[in-house]
Unconditional design. Sequence first.
Lengths: 163, 253
Amino acid sequence: MSNNTVTTDKTAGIGPVEGESLYNVDNPAPYIEAPRKRTKKTPKSTRGNFEMAAWLFMRLSGIVLVVLVIGHLLIQLVLDGGVSKIGFAFVAGRWASPFWQVWDLLMLWLAMLHGANGLRTVINDYAERANTRLWLKGLLYTATVFTILLGTLVIFTFDPNIR
Amino acid sequence: MATPVMDKVEAESAASPYITVTFRVRRFNPEVSAEAVWEDFQLEIDPKERVLDGLHKIKWDLDGTLTFRRSCAHGICGSDAMRINGKNRLACKTLIKDINPEKPITVEPIKGLTVLKDLVVDMEPFFQAYRDVMPFLITKDTNEPTRERLQSAEDRERFDDTTKCILCAACTSSCPVFWNDGQYFGPAAIVNAHRFIFDSRDEAGEQRLEILNDKDGVWRCRTTFNCTDACPRGIEVTKAIAEVKKALITRRF
């Protein structure tokens, strides 16, 4: 009424059957904010691409581990006399070669990280309280770091002439 | 002398389509007790009828306090998803004869969401996750409905499967990861994000992928296929989630 151009210029949307529009230029329709709009108050939800990296790592390390572990088992337990041949001398002989050092080091790191990441997801899925999660993950990470460091130390500082 | 009578009774029972079925319903009323209990109902029902018809018989003839959701009763509105014989289904799409009526038929509310009364759960966390993925068309220049947005049949086919979702929550409430703390977006939200991410007309795919890259996003999926098994619309839910994962990986590398 007050603004004749607005009422006549209703080409789109609401036809005459539906009567007067509730909204016009002076009284616009309420603005609906997009849900979950990132504001200052929104907690930082993503830790970069860590979850994606972890997911990819599980797949790739799994493929490499199949080769490494099956090879390891064959050499240690099946071929050339099987488990009875294993002794200090056998290990010393193998670790004299950088190839087997790298093989075992790679297997140690990949298996430990693969297993630790798997347990991390299990804890995330099954521990319901934040505190339980914190403690279980703390224990897991401590054990993982300890085992990886100890194993790495042994592989690099192994002395075949130890008495 | 007794023989003809017996015969008649037997013939009648053979002609009658009705059988006696036990419904074992998980009842919960917070005004009465904090505990949920199983309650058995015996009813005569045609095995070709649906579980929803059984629940109606209970509510209308036996116990009017039984509470459950249903609207269309024909598998479209998605109101009556419930756990029937331990599996998430729509009560209106499950025939009595298909779920072994010899044994009691257990009917529970869907898991992972707060039960309000009997079979009614609080769907708000489910719909919050749905809203979070922005399930509407977003275009960069203008969202105004000024012109028709054309699309080839192939482009439409790309996301056809995920347009079938009726938001019944059967998939999300069958997901063991969702059962834990309810922070996981859940299959239904990812399906509805997939519907727009792979829509050639939509231009906010990147934003949606970023939302699903969250630590409670697609990477919490354990590929257990519970969601695909539960979906009453036959959507390949796990496949849709895998496609979102693939899109997240390939867009960077």
